[in-house]
Ligand binder design. Structure first.
Ligand SMILES: [Zn+2]
Length: 225
């Protein structure tokens, strides 16, 4: 099964990022800096930064005023402790971060949509994104557990997110094959998914969509002509 840098949670983060946009419904839940903050807090909760070290001052809960990007965008040195491994995601967010993450979302969604029909194209998107984000694998240790994790050596929120999500999708493709990435067969859905099930026959994003499709099929079979 997936482990380490292929943590299912990172895979889910990639899927959830893609699905903040619902093309058919026209819904977009990643339109503001506050929505980006919520997404990051939900997927990288403070408790996940490592139990052994204090994580420093907690981030402000008030929406942060737009400011210039803080700090250099160059390397800040390796994130060597568990506590600071998501430091790039804790900083105050700006409109620039939002724009970058929205651009990343397009890449992640394209990978999820294309992989099963154009795996080479999806791989090119992944590799390009990993290069741009300066993705760096690191070996982590916590209590008795060792794992590898891919992060970015920059301090940009979007590059951390790119390194995490694209490497997770790369691992799924390398482990199970590109057909495990897909788009919901529900005619009014088009949400993306990653199928980590044993038999790999997932067609719908959720049970709700699968149920809706089976009800529709039943009705069409039994409706008078
Ligand atoms: Zn669906």
């Amino acid at each position: 099964m997936l482990n380490g840098c292929n943590e299912p949670s990172a895979v889910q983060t990639a899927v959830d990022l893609a699905n903040t946009l619902r093309p058919i419904k026209g819904e977009d839940t990643l339109e503001t800096v506050e929505q980006l903050r919520d997404f990051l807090d939900e997927h990288f909760p403070a408790g996940s930064v490592g139990p052994t070290e204090p994580s420093g001052p907690t981030e402000p809960t008030e929406p942060t005023e737009p400011t210039e990007p803080t700090g250099p965008t160059g390397p800040t040195g390796p994130a060597s402790s568990a506590a600071d491994r998501w430091a790039g995601l804790r900083q105050p967010l700006t409109r620039a971060d939002l724009a970058e993450v929205r651009a990343l979302r397009e890449t992640v969604r394209a990978v999820l949509e294309q992989a099963s029909t154009d795996a080479v194209g999806a791989a090119a998107l992944i590799n390009g994104g990993l290069r741009r984000s300066r993705a760096t694998p690191e070996l982590r240790h916590d209590h008795d557990r060792w794992w590898t994790e891919v992060t970015s050596d920059t301090d940009r929120c979007s590059t951390h997110l790119a390194a995490t999500t694209l490497s997770a999708l790369a691992s799924v493709i390398a482990t199970f094959g590109p057909s495990r990435l897909g788009v919901c067969a529900g005619p009014t859905c088009r949400a993306t998914f990653v199928d980590l099930s044993r038999n790999g026959s997932k067609q719908y994003c959720t049970r709700t969509c699968a149920h809706r499709a089976s009800v529709a099929a039943y009705r069409s079979r039994h409706s008078p002509r």
